[in-house]
Design a protein around this ligand. Structure first.
Ligand SMILES: *Cc1c(COP(=O)(O)O)cnc(C)c1O
Length: 450
């Protein structure tokens, strides 16, 4: 059952959770001075408009008209009630999912990509440099840059570059240049390739390379597809639409589920519901991460670098250590050592739960979902599908008609090799790499109490 929000009902503001948090967010720390960053520290990295959004205390931020025009190409996105999947699972629960796979790049990521491209264009930039995991962010930003006539340079995590040529071809079709990371073009890339010529790369390494490329060029800025406050802000159009769509069918969610890599799709989906919980409504927020990269369930909540080369400001977050290299699971978008500070804080404060799950279970559920609902979801999204199924089966056991909603963050049409591995019985689970995490955590920076 498809719940369609009329075009003229599309939200015209983003929701900023910061003023609604129980305590102010921990400030980003300058790694040299060991003091909170000032906007000046970041002017070579991001346009000032985005730096201001990161620290804004305004609850609502107007979406500029050119961004609304681009959103209207695929938004509002549909909310579905998964009636056929409910029947297949035999659950009394009502399952809803928000479908972000209808965007040009096939995921939620264009919500922030077009916004970031717009603000960079406004700031007079000619080019944006970025990193990408499975290629979803690189393709989304390539699309955003194409819409505003900007150049785009993408460093793609090596293991995904090798496994997923189609995403690179999308980037190139939209006019971007895509490099395998680590790459000889950068100092950090040269160093890592000397140690290990077949280096699989990681998001942290690719971030370092993109920063090394962007910062010295006055007409180029860097862009991040997740983690930072302004990215999460841009994604909130998702949850705001869901609120209106649920109101159309007279339902309210009891459980809201999403997968977390850097945290942006889930934040955008659930943050608009957080004030309802604060106001006394009984809502469970469940964030789902992979067992092989369990930053929120196994990583401490403390200051760490966002990247491997230790160039970013220190962010207070759940982290497995900035030089942790996660195993090469198929959900490339979930292979990040840290977690968005705002998502980390909600978990720390007990407002949000998180759980780590193995990839084979996720694909099993994703295949069941595809056979009932038709949509073939991304490997990342499959993590949310699995936990939704678990919750639906729990509701069946308890015999309660619970309302469960999850964010269907993107399609898996370029991830069919992962489905092939699953369908032919070759997909394996990776153990949680205890020793590698212990080593990475032993070199975290010491930050004085703020
Ligand atoms: C990138 C991506 C994710 C993970 O990133 P978040 O910032 O945690 O949302 C999840 N799902 C899809 C489809 C993605 O492309």
């Amino acid at each position: 059952m498809r719940i369609e929000l009329p075009k003229d009902e599309m939200p015209r503001q983003w929701y900023n959770i910061i003023p609604d948090l129980p305590s102010p967010p921990a400030p980003p720390i300058h790694p040299g001075r060991m003091e909170p960053c000032t906007p000046d520290d970041l002017v070579d990295v991001f346009p000032m408009s985005l730096i201001e959004q990161d620290v804004s205390d305004k609850p609502w931020i107007d979406i500029p008209e050119p961004i609304l025009d681009l959103y209207a190409q695929w938004r509002p996105t549909p909310l579905y009630r998964a009636v056929r999947w409910e029947q297949a699972l035999g659950t009394p629960a009502k399952i809803y999912y928000k479908w972000e796979g209808v965007s040009p790049a096939g995921s939620h990521k264009p919500n922030t990509a077009v916004a970031q491209a717009y603000y960079n264009k406004q700031a007079g930039m000619k080019r944006i440099a970025t990193e990408t995991g499975a290629g979803q962010w690189g393709s989304a930003l390539s699309y955003g840059c194409a819409m505003f006539g900007l150049g785009c340079t993408v460093y793609m995590v090596g293991v995904s570059y090798d496994q997923k040529p189609y995403r690179r071809l999308m980037m190139e079709t939209w006019g971007a240049t895509c490099y395998r990371s680590p790459n000889q073009r950068t100092q950090i890339g040269k160093r890592l390739l000397a140690e290990r010529p077949d280096h699989p790369g990681s998001l942290g390494i690719a971030i370092s390379e993109a920063l090394e490329d962007a910062v010295p060029d006055p007409e180029c800025r860097y862009s991040l597809g997740s983690v930072l406050n302004h990215v999460l802000l841009h994604q909130t159009i998702n949850g705001l639409e869901c609120k209106k769509q649920l109101a159309m069918v007279g339902d309210e969610p009891d459980v809201i589920i999403g997968c977390i890599g850097g945290g942006s799709n889930y934040a955008g989906h659930c943050f608009p519901f957080v004030p309802d919980k604060a106001a006394g409504k009984d809502i469970r927020f469940i964030a789902v991460e992979p067992q092989s990269c369990p930053s929120t369930t196994k990583g401490p909540y403390r200051y760490d670098f966002g990247d491997t080369a230790q160039t970013t400001p220190l962010l207070k977050m759940h982290t497995l250590g900035h030089d942790f290299v996660p195993p090469g699971i198929h959900a490339g978008g979930l292979r990040y050592h840290g977690m968005a500070p705002l998502v980390s804080q909600l978990i720390k404060e007990g407002i949000m739960e998180s759980v780590a799950v193995p990839q084979t279970k996720c694909f099993e559920s994703a295949v069941g979902f595809a056979r009932a609902e038709g949509w073939i979801v991304a490997p990342e999204t499959a993590h949310a599908v699995y936990v939704t199924e678990q919750e639906a089966l729990k509701a069946k056991e308890e015999g309660v008609e619970r309302v469960i909603m999850f964010n269907n963050s993107g399609h898996g049409y370029f991830d069919l090799a992962a489905y092939e591995a699953f369908l032919s019985g070759k997909l394996a689970d990776y153990e949680y790499p205890v020793e590698e995490v212990q080593r990475a955590l032993s070199v975290l920076p010491e930050v004085p109490e703020q």
